[in-house]
Design a protein around this ligand. Structure first.
Ligand code: ZN
Length: 216
């Protein structure tokens, strides 16, 4: 894409803006009140609002490499993801948190590679947040399992690990336990556009689209 492409895109967007001006300006005067915090990967193929056809004002979005959630660790460092979680849970008071992993995640692939490049010092540290998922996937399938199987399982297990990390945040834990906050694990397939959700009763990822049929 070049600058002209962006200009053309923004021109098209302005016609959307004009058509929905009332709702969009209402969000300006009343302020945002999103129902959900969406934590997804920075991967350019993951497109939160398009995936669920949500509108401006619906999702408060945090994106980072691997859709990881660092455990609660208040110190003097700068914590982008933690600050976004706090803001969503304590100020915006979202009802739901969605942790959305995806297939063919570059972060999960790099868990199986050695990073020696000094220019990736932060990435190397950040990927430690996926190490537990890698360990569990290898324990389950073995190191000689087909690479793609290992990766798919790592991506799914990581979602569960990130939910565990999410619960180390005192306000998240408090609101989760008093029932005012739900937490969902989603797995987006970039090959089909399908989303699977984690079902805590059956311990499996099930197609989100099946919930549409059930409600009709
Ligand atoms: Zn990814």
């Amino acid at each position: 894409m070049n600058l002209q492409d962006y200009a053309h895109g923004n021109k098209l967007f302005k016609s959307y803006f004009k058509k929905n001006q009332e709702a969009l300006l209402h969000l300006v005067t009343t302020g945002q009140s999103p129902k959900a915090l969406f934590i997804g990967c920075s991967d350019s193929r993951v497109i939160p609002d398009m995936m669920v056809q949500s509108n401006p004002g619906d999702l408060f979005v945090i994106r980072n490499v691997g859709n990881f959630v660092p455990p609660y660790s208040p110190d003097e460092d700068f914590h982008s993801t933690a600050s976004g979680i706090e803001y969503a849970v304590s100020i915006l008071k979202v009802d739901e948190i969605i942790i959305c992993g995806h297939t063919h995640c570059g972060a999960c692939q790099h868990l199986y590679k050695t990073i020696e490049d000094d220019s990736l010092v932060h990435t190397k540290k950040w990927l430690e947040l996926g190490e537990s998922a890698k360990k569990s996937a290898i324990l389950s399938l073995g190191n000689n399992a087909p690479k793609e199987e290992l990766l798919r399982l790592t991506e799914k297990l990581s979602i569960m690990n990130q939910i565990e990390n999410l619960l180390t945040y005192p306000q998240v834990k408090k609101r989760f336990e008093d029932g005012s906050l739900s937490i969902h694990g989603w797995y987006y397939d970039i090959e089909t556009g399908n989303i699977d959700y984690y079902n805590g009763e059956t311990y499996e990822f099930l197609p989100l689209k099946d919930l549409v049929n059930k409600s009709k």
